[in-house]
Design a protein around this ligand. Structure first.
Ligand SMILES: N[C@@H](CCC(=O)N[C@@H](CS)C(=O)NCC(=O)O)C(=O)O
Length: 345
């Protein structure tokens, strides 16, 4: 049924009169099955990978840590002001899409590349690009291989159900390279196949290569080759057709990027909220306006995220700097990178 507001906007549109006060009224957060289910359950169910250093991995106490994990913690903070209200479900590259389609998880936050077919025929919506990546190759330093062009005739380890597998075929065809794939679903098994010498090279997103390399007893024994053969824009995804849920997920990412741009950190967020000369900061942090309410959460949602999880740069530094990743394309747009958030207003 048409709401009064929709009806009035239609009527106003017909006679060409603007009604700004009405247009600013926050819409109630209804009509999102996932949002409502998470709210009622009191816990977010977040699909992650099975264990990738820096991105998603349980620590010695079984507590999940990492960049993709922190994203879900930020969504939980937006909803419940509590980063512990998340249950993490490990998914393989192959099982991840069924887990989201079937409703087993509310969100997937695990190195998944945004592609046209995943966005349409698989039935998902991507909530932005949290990590700009590309596919690379890792070899043993002892092999003496210095370039992917030398991989003609190589055996290459790759995970099924990935863009990695598809890009490898495309790249080999265009570079006129013949290779034998070794396709293994479980990451642990795949990595041990590479380490034990069953494959000459291991290919995945360069972030995954860096994570795996950092987890080896002697990382210096492995070299990531210079070629990057694809674009892998990675980000969180939700089910198609649940717009309000997708909105929240998207703005969680943007709020963390904006906070970094504004210089708001977990340490100074309270002072930032109190400073009077930055209306944009005050809006983001909920001191003024109703932006949180428009997303269906409390107006201090972003302030809580920054305080309890951190801004984009803090989350990057905490999780990814230790595995040797640099900001590169994931620097803010103001610093020559691609991380850019639309205005929170
Ligand atoms: N970005 C690629 C590859 C993502 C992917 O799943 N990569 C593997 C290798 S790093 C992975 O995360 N495996 C972790 C796991 O299976 O738990 C895609 O979306 O298809």
């Amino acid at each position: 049924m048409m709401s009064l507001r929709q009806f009035m906007m239609g009527a106003i549109g017909a006679v060409g009169i603007a009604l700004p006060a009405l247009a600013q009224t926050p819409a109630p957060a209804t009509g999102s099955p996932t949002f409502d289910a998470v709210k009622a359950r009191g816990t977010l169910v977040c699909g992650v990978n099975t264990g990738l250093a820096g991105f998603a991995q349980p620590d010695s106490r079984g507590e999940w840590k990492g960049f993709d994990v922190d994203f879900c913690r930020a969504v939980a903070v937006a909803m419940f002001n509590d980063p512990t209200k998340v249950r993490f479900v490990p998914t393989t590259a192959q099982s991840r899409f069924t887990a989201l389609q079937s409703g087993e998880v509310d969100i997937l936050s695990r190195n998944t590349t945004w592609t046209l077919s995943r966005d349409t025929s698989l039935g998902f919506d991507f909530g932005g690009i949290t990590f700009y990546d590309g596919q690379g190759f890792m070899v043993k330093a002892s092999s003496g291989v210095k370039s992917a062009k030398e991989l003609d005739g190589a055996t290459i380890c790759v995970q099924p159900g990935t863009t990695t597998e598809q890009n490898l075929t495309d790249w080999a065809r265009s570079a006129n390279i013949k290779f034998t794939p070794v396709v293994i679903e479980r990451l642990e098994e795949l990595v041990s196949a590479y380490v034990s010498g069953r494959c000459d090279a291991y290919t995945t997103d360069t972030s995954g290569l860096a994570a795996t390399r950092s987890a080896q007893p002697n990382p210096a024994e492995h070299v990531i080759l210079p070629e990057v053969i694809s674009k892998e824009p990675l980000g969180p995804l939700v089910r198609h057709g649940d717009q309000r849920w997708a909105d929240l997920v998207r703005w969680v990412h943007f709020s963390m990027v904006s906070a970094e741009e504004f210089g708001i950190t977990s340490q100074n967020v309270d002072q930032a909220k109190a400073s009077d000369n930055r209306p944009d900061v005050q809006r983001l942090l909920g001191r003024n306006g109703d932006l949180g309410q428009m997303l269906g959460v409390s107006n201090d949602w972003a302030a809580n995220i920054i305080k309890k999880v951190g801004n984009y740069g803090e989350v990057f530094d905490r999780n990814l700097t230790p595995i040797g990743l640099q900001r590169g394309p994931n620097a803010l747009w103001t610093k020559g990178g691609l991380q850019y958030a639309p205005p929170a207003r």
